[in-house]
Design a protein around this ligand. Structure first.
Ligand code: SF4
Ligand code: SF4
Length: 380
């Protein structure tokens, strides 16, 4: 059994080393421990919500009090164990040009190209909890990991797992932000991780590459306006995508990695990492699917989607949402490929008129056709 070979840790410092060793044994790349404290960013979060930057994600506003104080998730908590898996090495996608709309592909963000990370992180957090519970039967626990309201990146930064960059992601200097996060709150007193030497809370300095790379202008330093972010628009937003975003989607069908691939810390490494656990991509995150055919997707039914999204984070988007996203990308394609325009417009017209089709898809097709018509009326 996990941890059975390790002696019972008698004090908070020994428990720190014991938990860290077990979490590494489970394959987590980053492991840090911190105390649950009221967030220092609650004023910022409330202002962000007041400005509507959360878009349709009303659950963020509904849970703001919990989000700003982890002790509300587990009133007995005195420690938070923060873990993370490395899911990508930063390698660039192959640049591809398509002339035939039947071949055009929509890109999938890297975190969603493998098995669903929620399960991969959570399964091992459960194992960690069981191992701890067997040594400390009186301790209480609560698992988070993207399912409970928590300022995840902030607590990971407090645990010295990384720093928060201007794109608001947790990044490890020289290793990037290709990490998926999970947390375990516990009543067990575990000594917090100590501040590494030469630690600076700002990994960015004067760099603005992520801000410059964001095609929708969603980033201001250390804050992302979710309502403008392609990840939100393609995965979280349930309604149509407005014409103001047409031409800025950069080929993304599900999510967006542009502010990561632009970051100097996220580039593929030329030399081995000091800590191989942090530098090597976890084999559990082997990529299965990096893109989807846009034209074909418009003809899918629920069975096609179910085959695709089984045990994948792609299931976050409904079939209608995937079609909505494909429509926007195909309209952009038509704008750049005059020879494909008639074919795409005909398909969009058919979708708009199809009474069997989801309202979201029909409305998005109408928006796309109007955008193409406006572009044709005032070519630049
Ligand atoms: S994910 Fe894409 S759209 Fe969102 S902030 Fe980053 S670059 Fe901008
Ligand atoms: S691209 Fe530059 S500014 Fe943005 S997170 Fe990376 S280091 Fe910071």
């Amino acid at each position: 059994m996990l941890g059975a070979d390790l002696a019972q840790p008698e004090n908070a410092i020994a428990r720190h080393d014991w938990v860290v060793a077990m979490a590494h044994k489970l394959g987590f790349a980053l492991v840090g421990i911190t105390r649950p404290e009221a967030s220092s960013r609650s004023t910022e979060l409330r202002a962000w919500l007041a400005q509507g930057k959360h878009g349709e994600m009303s659950y963020l506003a509904d849970t703001v009090a919990d989000r700003c104080d982890p002790r509300r998730l587990l009133p007995t908590a005195v420690s938070i164990i923060c873990v993370a898996d490395r899911y990508h090495d930063g390698a660039r996608d192959r640049e591809r040009e398509f002339d035939d709309p039947c071949e055009a592909q929509g890109r999938i963000a890297r975190y969603a190209r493998s098995k669903d990370y929620h399960n991969l992180v959570r399964d091992r957090l459960h194992k960690l909890r069981h191992a701890m519970q067997s040594k400390f039967p009186d301790a209480t626990f609560r698992l988070t990991g993207d399912i409970q309201p928590l300022m995840e990146r902030e607590v990971h930064a407090q645990a010295f797992n990384g720093m928060i960059g201007k794109n608001s992601l947790l990044l490890v200097p020289g290793e990037g932000s290709w990490f998926l996060l999970g947390e375990l709150l516990t009543s067990l007193d575990i000594a917090p991780s100590s501040r590494p030497p030469n630690w600076s809370p700002d990994p960015c300095g004067s760099c603005t590459r992520c801000i410059d790379a964001c095609s929708t202008g969603a980033i201001t330093p250390f804050s992302v306006d979710a309502s403008k972010c392609i990840s939100y628009l393609t995965i979280e937003q349930r309604g149509t995508i407005g014409p103001e975003f047409f031409g800025a989607m950069n080929g993304w069908l599900f999510g967006c990695d542009d502010c990561q691939t632009a970051c100097p810390h996220c580039q593929p490494k030329k030399r081995r990492s000091v800590d191989e656990r942090v530098g090597v991509v976890d084999a559990r995150y082997a990529q299965r699917l990096s893109e989807l055919p846009l034209f074909e997707l418009l003809g899918w039914d629920e069975a096609d989607r179910a085959r695709l999204v089984v045990s994948s984070a792609l299931k976050r988007a409904s079939l209608a949402m995937l079609k909505r996203n494909a429509i926007v990308l195909l309209a952009e394609f038509a704008e750049h490929h005059a020879s494909a325009r008639a074919m795409i417009e005909a398909r969009l017209c058919a979708l708009q008129r199809d009474t069997q089709e989801d309202t979201l898809v029909r409305e998005q097709a109408a928006i796309a056709l109007a955008w193409l018509a406006a572009k044709a009326a005032s070519p630049q």
